[in-house]
Design a protein around this ligand. Structure first.
Ligand code: ADP
Ligand code: ADP
Length: 233
């Protein structure tokens, strides 16, 4: 069973039929566990709307999103918030680190907030894999953009989420650092069998992913074939 799927997902903005924007129009897709998938489209194609639906941040007009067997929009807002906290990791263009907390505190914050137990062995592995060992006591303001994004990736991995959603994760980085961060995302996906879905408008950024799903005007135009070896729906 895919770790993530959408079925006939629609998101329309505005009630007046004359001016309704069909940001997503009948999106059905599947992502298998451990895949690193890029969703690519030009500005206005519906990427952010889709990512918000996949993360349960906003409700669709119609259709389903299922993450790890849980149908997101069948849940109450309260349940959905808890589910999101436990099961979805977010990585943003703007890193969103807490400036007064050091690197280690930033990484463990979502676990602390959720009252979860910290798996020290796993956490050390994540920190090591992202090359952050010597930085754990540093404040974000003393780190480069690439280092800050590596912290954000570690924070997303820390809770062992079902999926990580990355929104233009290299949008604030130069091209060399972008490549490094993308390679790390791919390595994390392989090493920890972590499912990662990234949105980007940049075709060359997308090339690092295992699979590219292209969207235009709220429709998938290519890339929704199941990976080799996986069963189709
Ligand atoms: P992308 O992330 O690919 O740039 P978006 O998902 O942001 O695309 O937007 C898809 C379409 O939906 C665009 O036409 C955009 O103007 C519209 N849209 C997005 N959010 C809203 C909103 N809150 N209200 C009205 N229209 C919106
Ligand atoms: P970017 O700067 O890359 O566009 P933002 O930081 O503005 O990304 O976040 C994109 C959207 O996701 C915003 O609408 C924001 O409110 C929401 N968001 C950000 N972090 C979280 C979070 N941890 N949980 C829920 N929603 C979030």
């Amino acid at each position: 069973m895919p770790i993530l799927s959408t079925l006939n997902l629609k998101k329309y903005y505005g009630k007046d039929p004359q001016t309704t924007v069909k940001a997503l129009d009948d999106i059905s897709l599947t992502v298998e566990k451990g895949e690193f998938v890029a969703i690519v489209g030009t500005s206005g194609s519906g990427k952010s709307t889709l990512l918000h639906m996949l993360g349960g941040l906003d409700r669709p007009t119609e259709g389903k999103v299922t993450v790890d067997g849980n149908e997101l929009f069948a849940m109450s807002d309260e349940k959905l918030t808890i589910f999101r906290r436990r099961s979805v990791g977010f990585v943003f263009q703007s890193y969103n680190l807490v400036p007064i907390l050091n690197v280690l505190e930033n990484i463990t914050l979502p676990i602390e907030l959720d009252g979860g137990r910290i798996d020290r062995t796993y956490l050390d592995e994540v920190i090591q894999a992202l090359g952050l060992q010597s930085k754990i006591h540093s404040l974000p303001s003393n780190l480069s953009g690439g280092q800050q994004q590596r912290v954000a990736i570690a924070r997303a991995l820390a809770t062992k989420p079902s999926i990580i959603l990355a929104d233009e994760p290299t949008g604030n980085l130069d091209s060399k650092t972008s490549q490094e961060v993308l390679i790390l995302l791919k390595q994390m996906s392989e090493k920890f069998n972590q499912t990662i879905v990234m949105i980007t408008h940049n075709e060359s950024i997308a090339q690092t992913a295992d699979r590219i799903i292209r969207i235009e005007d709220g429709h998938i135009v290519s890339g929704n074939a199941a990976p080799a070896g996986a069963k189709t729906l």
